[in-house]
Design a protein around this ligand. Structure first.
Ligand code: OOG
Ligand code: NI
Length: 444
């Protein structure tokens, strides 16, 4: 009998979700094929350099998923399921103000936090939760009906949660239990075939398509699964060549001559999928819903707080200077802003303390290695939500926002919420300790 440790459960779950999603969303399979081609060609062209931000094995298996839930109780259950797989909540994202359209959610990401665990399998899931009490989106009446609807549903059954708790307590699961846990966990994120209450769904959709996707149905589903590529511009043109229309932009930093930082992402539009609806007079009708889509990403170097502040300021400047311009011109502005914000070499990025780097001793010499960015970007996340909505929804900005912050999220999860900057800084610290010990010097 084999025992399955959390990282093995995580790797197996990522594979199982990917297989399920491939059968449900065929364009995802095309995306995976093209991603593999892009990565193979990139490695062939760049050799060992291609693997500085992660081995090709890690990158090939690497995915992130996105899920959306409705209540603090539901997100606390999600935390137990992912906790069993060695995935811990990292970062707080408030998407309510990150875009012009109606995205009434706050989010965190569940992911491995230790370097070795990330190297074994970096699977992460961006997890959003509806803020039903936010008056800018929901009236008091709608809030009450939404909360009542959400309180009645069960997203994760008692058996699944019991396996999760056992795995977390015992540091893994034996064969049979592991298989059953993975089956139930995968099933919890399949798209349900249950008829959707048409009037309820449409009422929520008028406020926010995201609210309808979360609170208009009695189950949840994986919303997208995202492979990682080493050259996202190449991927973008190859997908278009295959006849799949991508959104008109790559989100995040522009393509430019300097080092790649943070995260660049792009997606293709949600595909209409057949769904059954129950009409107000009880009739069952066939219709379709666009709720899921394909996304792909390229990851760069993690930025320090100073680097991130520079990034955030650059994004605002690009926005201001490119208002009303076409996408190609916007890219031009972005490259210009980047050139004056960031240095063009990795060593300058390190010397100016803008990016995180670890220090490794090989053959008596100390080498500096970039730390890969493992998290998300609120602006890009909102852009991904937004680019895939059919309707902007409605948001009454004269109303007060409900206060939500990292502490609130940590309370809802009943767990510590990790700060991404602290995790990166810890990686650097640990590498310095090891290097110092190896060289027999004082780490200061
Ligand atoms: C999550 C959108 C955010 C990303 O990659 O930034 C995201 C969602 O659509 O639920 O996945
Ligand atoms: Ni995503």
């Amino acid at each position: 009998m084999t025992f399955h440790e959390p990282w093995q459960l995580r790797a197996a779950f990522a594979r199982s979700l990917s297989d399920m999603y491939g059968t449900e969303v065929p364009a995802y399979t095309t995306l995976l094929e093209v991603s593999h081609e892009v990565n193979a060609d990139f490695v062939a062209a760049h050799g060992a350099d291609a693997e500085r931000l992660g081995s090709i094995d890690r990158v090939t298996a690497e995915r992130h998923g996105a899920i959306r839930v409705g209540t603090p109780a539901e997100i606390a259950q999600v935390a137990r399921i992912f906790g069993a797989m060695g995935m811990h909540p990292v970062g707080f994202y408030d998407l309510r103000d990150a875009s012009a359209s109606s995205v009434p959610v706050i989010s965190t990401a569940f992911r491995p936090v230790d370097r070795d665990e990330l190297a074994r399998n970096p699977f992460r899931v961006f997890t959003s939760m509806l803020v039903t009490g936010d008056r800018r989106f929901f009236t008091e009446d709608l809030e009450h009906r939404l909360d009542a609807f959400l309180a009645k549903r069960t997203l994760f059954g008692p058996e699944l949660l019991a396996f999760a708790d056992r795995a977390e307590a015992e540091g893994g699961l034996p064969d049979d239990a592991a298989a059953e846990f993975l089956r139930l966990a995968t099933e919890a994120f399949e798209l349900s075939t249950e008829p959707v209450d048409q009037a309820w769904y449409r009422e929520l959709e008028a406020v926010s398509a995201v609210a309808a996707d979360i609170g208009g149905v009695a189950s949840t589903h994986i919303n997208h699964l995202t492979p990682r590529v080493l050259d996202i511009d190449d991927l973008y043109s190859r997908m278009e060549a295959r006849g799949i229309t991508m959104i008109d932009a790559i989100q995040g930093p522009p393509r430019w001559e300097g080092p790649d930082v943070l995260l660049r992402q792009t997606s293709f539009r949600a595909l209409a999928e057949p769904r059954t609806f129950r009409t107000p007079d009880g009739e069952i009708v066939q219709d379709s819903l666009r709720v899921r889509f394909g996304e792909v990403e390229a990851r760069g170097i993690a930025l320090t707080r100073a680097g991130r502040a520079a990034y955030d300021a650059a994004v605002i400047e690009v926005d201001e200077r490119s208002a009303g311009l076409a996408e190609a011109e916007r890219q031009e502005v972005a490259r210009e802003v980047w050139a004056k914000t960031f240095p063009t070499t990795e060593s300058a990025l390190a010397d100016q303390d803008l990016g995180y780097f670890t220090y490794e001793v090989t053959g008596g010499a100390v080498h500096r290695e970039p730390v890969v960015y493992e998290d998300f970007l609120p602006r890009s996340a909102a852009g991904i939500f937004q680019s895939n909505l059919t309707d902007e929804g409605s948001k009454d900005s004269s109303q007060e926002a409900t206060e939500r912050d990292a502490d609130w999220m940590s309370g809802a999860l009943g767990r510590e919420l990790n700060d991404p900057f602290e995790l990166y800084a810890r990686q650097v610290e640990q590498s310095l300790q090891v290097a110092a010990t190896t060289l027999g010097v004082d780490p200061a």
